[in-house]
Design a protein around this ligand. Sequence first.
Ligand SMILES: [Zn+2]
Ligand SMILES: [Zn+2]
Length: 193
Amino acid sequence: MPMAGDAEIVLLPVGDTDPAIVARIAARVGAALDVEVVAGQPQLLPEGGFDRRRSQYRSSVFLESLDRLRRSIPNQPRPYLLGVAAADLFVPRLNFIFGEADHAAGVAVISLARLRPQLYGRPADPPLLEERAFKEAIHEIGHVYGLLHCRDPRCIMLFSNTIEDTDRKGPGFCPDCEGQLLGLLGRRSGLRP
Ligand SMILES: [Zn+2]
Ligand SMILES: [Zn+2]
């Protein structure tokens, strides 16, 4: 499959996601983390992920599909993959999630469904949607690198229960999480968000 040469992270539109927003988030994530991030080919919705009773998609099915895709990449080291879905995602214990990561597999997924202002009775606001998606992308990539949740309400690694949490936090890391991430990235100097 087409994968840009030495990218560290590849963002992939999954299903109905507008590739343009994925390209913009990829550029912002790359600038924020100072690593090469590209937008890859749009992917089909994974089969078997839809739960009819909930009218939502099972996040684990997206992660499994991204895991298979990542294993098929010949480049070594393989880039980390972040799927960007328009579909509303859930895990069995929660009524929805903004995203989920599998650190061991090197993959993550975010959903735009609950980031849209229209869901909260507000007018469409593409810059706000993009800002929220950028934050959730950074959060899940933090998990991919091995960061855990943080209690600092301003830190991007805070677990977002609600859209207000997402709007309040980040996009930067608290000093503690930044230090950990720089260690995981094997770098000394600062991150930009
Ligand atoms: Zn998280
Ligand atoms: Zn933190």
